[in-house]
Design a protein around this ligand. Sequence first.
Ligand SMILES: [Zn+2]
Length: 99
Amino acid sequence: MERLESCNSIWLIDEVLMQFCRVPRGCDPANAVSAPWQRYYAFSDDPNSGAFRVALDETRTRWLSSCRHRDPCPRCGQEMTGEVVMAPPPTAAAGGSAA
Ligand SMILES: [Zn+2]
């Protein structure tokens, strides 16, 4: 069983049964048991670019392609390190050092 991580999903690829399924990243891959598996007819992988794709039909005209998530990731790295602005807790305003 091949396991590939793209920026949005974890791909599980069963090369014996020629089936794959995708579960959202952050989910426990064990939950993939309940995820829908799809038949594929070919698997193409480019380790250099990180791109990979599966053929959805026998004639290999329809492909589902994705790209591996890397660390650091040029595709979603900026998003991962983005700042989150949060409001201070209500108690922070009270009881501080008064002027
Ligand atoms: Zn990524």
